[in-house]
Design a binder for this molecule. Sequence first.
Ligand SMILES: [Zn+2]
Ligand SMILES: [Zn+2]
Length: 245
Amino acid sequence: MVTPLSLFDLAEAFAKPGCPVCRLTKGNVEHYVYNLLFEGIIHPENHEAFRAGRGLCNAHAWLLTDFKGALLNTGIYYRGTISDLLKALDGPAASVARSGNAARRGLARLMGSDRPSSALADRLEPTGPCVACKVRATSEELYTRTIGEQIGDRRLAEPYRASEGVCLPHFRMALRHTQSAADERALVEIQRGIWEALIRELDEFKEMHDHRHTGEYMGEEGDSWLRALRAMAGEQGMFGVGEAE
Ligand SMILES: [Zn+2]
Ligand SMILES: [Zn+2]
């Protein structure tokens, strides 16, 4: 649900470096993970959801190491995960499961998938999403919806125009939330201006780089390569492996 609060959060985040959706979402995810590790440890449903995801995805699992004082609770969560996996290993014997697999493999090949099948491997798959990714998706949805639906509001459009813009994955999401052709045009016009300015800075950066030996001062464009990377990929650790959007 789009709230005035999400609009003001965005307006404030646009004044800071990088994509505001990435920034706000990372904050929400970190807050969630912090709660999960500390107050959340006493709630059985947290353990169930954590185990269903076989722990957290790669990007979010490593976030756990940032929270000093949470080592014991990290161990407790993962103990539950590994205990589930040990139970899964005790299912039907691998050799028995495999005998039925030749037919399935043939079918998979016919269907255009050559991935070998294994009932055991399937049992080790997660049965639910990474809990932090779920929070991430909800937060991204809220903020990109706010951008898409409220782009006509000057309180949002003006800080957006003066900012580094939103990253490419979040720009696509925001576009999908626009409610009219006029809103889509307004959104595109702002983001186009930001990308064009970035291209000019990258050209200046290249030029300065070529003439480095002259000792010419490198200004704002000096980190344009990093801003370009961030503008295309989103913030570091923002998306799990192969599951942006
Ligand atoms: Zn972003
Ligand atoms: Zn995740």
